[in-house]
Design a protein around this ligand. Structure first.
Ligand code: AHG
Ligand code: MN
Ligand code: MN
Length: 319
C-alpha cells in the first residue's frame, strides 16, 4: 500500500467516482456508507442468530442484520431492480423499481472469523438491470469489496482497472475513504498461496500442483475468509483456491455472491481466475446459490495449473 499522502492531497472515493456514470457512482458510494454503519455496529451484534441460510450455514447475528441493512439501504436509493444475497433464498425484486442495476451481495464474507477477530468483509457485484440474476460474471458492470481488518479498505473496479481506498479522515471530515492504490496490479512473481484443509480429499492433480508451489517456497497464507485471502494475493502475488474436492466437486464458494465479483477484480488487476479449466467469469449460471471450484492468482500460475489439470484428467464436470 502506497504511502498515505498528506491529507490535503488525498483523493477521496467520492472524487474518484466522478469518472463513472453518476448512478453507478451513487450506488457504490451508498454501499460504502452502509459498510461504515455495519463496522460501527459490529461489536453490538456479536454471536449466532440461531438460523441457517439457504446454503445450510449457521448465520451470525451480524450476517442477518447486515443483510437487512443492505437490502433496506440499497432498495431505498431507487437504483436497484433486482437484489440477490447469499443470506436470502430468493431474489428481492423491487416492484416499483425502474432501478438501473441488479446487485449480488455477500453481506459478510468470512463471518465465522468475527468471533476470533480475523479478517472478513463485504463482496458486491453490480450488473445492468437488463442482465437478469443469476448472471454470467462477464456481464458484470462493476465489483467492489470492503475488507474489515486493522484498516477498513475498499476496492472497486468498473472494468477500467482496480482501485483501492482506506477509510480515514480528510481535514475535519471523519469516515472518508481515500485512494491508496490506483490501477492496482497483482505482483509477479508472487510470494503466497492460500488453500483450505482436508488435503486427503483434494483431487490428486490439485495435490500435485500445491506440491509444486511448496517446492518453489511460496509462503502459506490462509485466513479463512475469501475476501481476506484474495486480498493477500492481490498485494503479494501468488495463488488462492477453494478447490473441487473428491466429496464436493463444486467446492464451497458461491458463483454469484463470491466468485464472480472477486474474479472480476483479480482479472482486472492483471491476474487470472479458473474453475479448473476456463475463467470463472465464463461459467453459465444454473442456479442462484450454486457453488463452483475457485482458483485465482498470477496468470502464469493459473496457466500452469490448468495445463497440469488437463494432462492429469479427462474432461470432467469442470475440466
Ligand atoms: P461466508 O462467511 O460468506 O459463508 O464465507 C466463508 C467462506 C469464505 O469466505 C472462505 O474462503 C471459506 O468460507 C472458508 O471455508 P473453510 O472454513 O472451510 O476454510
Ligand atoms: Mn462468503
Ligand atoms: Mn457471507
Amino acid at each position: 500500500m502506497s504511502e498515505m499522502s498528506e491529507m490535503s492531497e488525498v483523493i477521496t472515493l467520492h472524487e474518484h467516482l466522478r469518472e463513472l456514470d453518476e448512478e453507478l457512482a451513487t450506488l457504490i458510494s451508498r454501499i460504502c456508507e452502509l459498510s461504515i454503519l455495519i463496522r460501527r455496529e459490529l461489536p453490538h451484534r456479536l454471536g449466532k442468530a440461531g438460523t441457517v441460510n439457504i446454503s445450510g450455514e449457521q448465520q451470525t447475528k451480524i450476517d442477518v442484520w447486515a443483510n437487512d441493512v443492505f437490502i433496506d439501504g440499497l432498495l431505498s436509493t431507487g437504483l436497484i431492480h433486482q437484489l440477490a444475497s447469499e443470506e436470502s433464498e430468493d431474489i428481492v425484486e423491487y416492484e416499483e423499481g425502474t432501478g438501473a442495476f441488479n446487485i449480488t451481495l455477500d453481506p459478510l464474507d468470512g463471518s465465522s472469523n468475527i468471533e476470533s477477530n480475523n479478517l472478513f468483509g463485504v463482496i458486491c457485484g453490480i450488473y445492468d438491470a437488463s442482465t437478469p440474476l443469476p448472471a454470467r460474471g462477464r456481464k458484470l458492470k462493476a465489483a467492489l469489496t470492503i475488507l474489515y481488518g486493522p484498516l477498513t479498505t475498499m476496492m472497486y473496479t468498473a472494468k477500467r482497472g482496480v482501485h483501492e481506498f482506506v477509510k480515514g479522515r480528510k481535514h475535519n471530515l471523519e469516515d472518508v475513504y481515500y485512494l491508496v492504490n490506483e490501477h492496482l496490479q497483482i505482483p509477479s512473481p508472487g510470494k503466497v498461496y492460500g488453500v483450505p484443509s482436508n488435503r486427503e480429499m483434494w483431487l490428486p492433480e490439485f495435490r500435485h500442483f500445491i506440491a509444486l508451489l511448496e517446492r518453489e517456497h511460496y509462503g502459506l497464507r490462509y485466513g479463512g475468509s475469501f475476501i481476506g485471502d484474495t486480498n493477500q494475493v492481490l498485494h503479494k502475488g501468488g495463488f488462492f483456491a477453494y478447490p473441487a474436492y473428491l466429496d464436493r466437486p463444486h467446492g464451497k464458494l458461491r458463483l454469484q455472491f463470491e466468485c464472480n465479483p472477486m474474479s472480476l477484480i483479480v482479472e482486472e488487476a492483471g491476474g487470472k481466475s479458473s474453475v479448473g479449466m476456463g475463467s470463472v467469469l465464463d461459467v453459465e449460471p444454473t442456479s442462484l446459490h450454486q457453488r463452483v471450484p475457485l482458483y485465482i492468482g498470477n496468470v502464469e500460475l493459473i496457466d500452469q495449473m490448468e495445463t497440469l489439470f488437463a494432462k492429469c484428467r479427462d474432461a470432467r464436470l469442470y475440466y
